[in-house]
Design a protein around this ligand. Sequence first.
Ligand code: DGJ
Length: 690
Amino acid sequence: MIVDVSTGAPTVVYWGRSLGPDLDLASIDAALDRPIVHGTFDVVAPITVVPEHGSGFVGRPGLTGRRGGGRAWAPRFSTTSHVVVGNRLVVDAADTVAGLALQTTISLTETLRVAVEVTNTADRRYSLDGLTVTLPIAQQAAELLTFEGRWSRESHPIRRDWQQGELLVENRRGRTSHEAPPLVFAGEPGFDEWDGEVYGVHVAWSGNHTLFAERLPDGRRYVQGGELLHPGEVVLEPGESYRTPDVLGVHSSEGLTPTTWQFHESVRALDGHPERPRPVLLNTWEAVYFDHETEKLKALADAAAELGIERFVLDDGWFGSRRDDTKGLGDWWVSENVYPDGLTPLISHVTGLGMEFGIWVEPEMVNPDSDVFRAHPDWALISSGYEPVLGRQQLVLDLGNPAAFAFIEEHLDALLRDHDIAYVKWDMNRDHIQGSGSDGAAGTHAQTVALYRLLDELRAKHPTVEFESCASGGARIDHEILRRTERVWTSDCNDALERQTIQRGASMLIPPEVMGAHIGPTRSHTTGRTHSLSFRAATALFGHLGVEWNVTDLGDKDRAALRAVIAMHKEHRALLHTGDTVRFATDPAFNAHGVYARDRSEGIISFAQLTTAPSQTPPPLRMPGLDLDARYRVEHLQIPYERWGSARTQPAWLAEGITLSGRQLAFHGIQPPTLHPESAVLFTLTRLDS
Ligand code: DGJ
């Protein structure tokens, strides 16, 4: 990476493939000197980390805001100092006319990581409208990949041409969102999993965000990302500062799969990223919903333990008056009606079976029909003078209100202190749109910061407890929440067919060990589709495995198969949860992906058929990225009661195994069997000693 520190906010002159040693900025400047063309300014304004309208940058400025009367709206910064410590560069800049200071921090570790802080150095307040981080993108990157989604259908990729113009991804939902995840890739036209130069940018933030990709009329490209601020949301009094979220950049010249490894490594490098094996869990939601009854739950726990489950997570419905989703949120005390002897008898039963106990909470919310709301109606975020907009019959609790914050912290602290709880599933089930605080000003920023503080304080008090980020499924998946959570709930959709696409998309940002993936009931509760256990298992096996199914009802065959699947996951999870996630290009009717060990000594691959395909036989699957000169044994990894299709014959290697070089696997590939739609085949790769 080459950074010019002389431009006020620094300019990332180059990032991408290594340029080798002994480089000087002057030679790059000279090589990339841009002509001044007719009809433009007499200078080419650089695309700094915070590009300046006042300096002639004609794209979207990195800093917008003003003082009373509209002054200081187009600042221009000059560098005051810079320092490099290890792999971190800090550049200070000031605009003495506007009365603003800017500090940019750039570090290069697993990813490029950039944040900017603006400080009001004048003696009058400054209203900040937006501060974003801008990264240049190579001009060859003329195709974009972003993601769309909705509840139960997250992380769907969208490819589009980026020859000209701009793309704006904005999120005003107060959580990372199903609809507009803060992630964009830009690559050479036609880039795929193992081919082409690709750049990725992620805004690590769990509130509102903006992502903007523009090709300027002069041909240069950039991606800009940061927090989306509502009017008046951030006002800086003299001496006050605002810091952007971290914006992460990744790059590879070898396609999307290697690019996304850098995001995975970045999550793996976070303090607190779990090192012990990820416990296979059972979540009670689709098993019993609100039908809590200690004896039934004990029976569920018995059945779970017998299957080899390691963590039992009690979902929504254990507290206050919460017998359905219309009431009780906020009353974080154990329901005396449902649990007359408290939770301890159930917890002791679960831990006595050798499992950990986990519990569901939704701390940022209240139902109007709750004791806490009746006692403190002023604790909910309601724009005064307006009828509140409810979501799932609930309101957002104002975490910016010190009394509300203290109440929640105290009750969650007591819950964790008084019970043997190893795991918290932290849910958040509605968008946040109301004003905050007594003045009704926009407050999503304050709410997001307060959420982080609440989680940080609880984690400090209970350092052995693990947390999961859930928001109606996958509406809060980002690298900043992952500093505070060991898992994310990827989607409320446990339909394996949908999950093939959802998990493939999510794997472009997060590694498998944090990606919650459950084996649900035979008939999916969210889609009504029916799938074989082998397809459900083959799909969930690649994440942090869970079961969300009333396993007390299982027949002998399903019980034996599920037990075998869980054992199989445990046998392979060290590889599944530490290796490099690989995705392969195939016809759209199929999904091929897997994991390679970091040292390429082994791998597990899934080849799934999603729909019928025009060809009767799938194309040979090419698997680049192995040790080209090594020999690999390829063997079918049988899932119990596997049902994946019929043909007069299937490829002989499935029954017999086959030895091929990494080069053969990459270049001519291997013929998958003929599958039925909605089924999958798994196989292992084992490097043989030469
Ligand atoms: C939404 C979550 O995504 C579900 O898994 C479940 O926890 C429900 N909330 C409970 O209300």
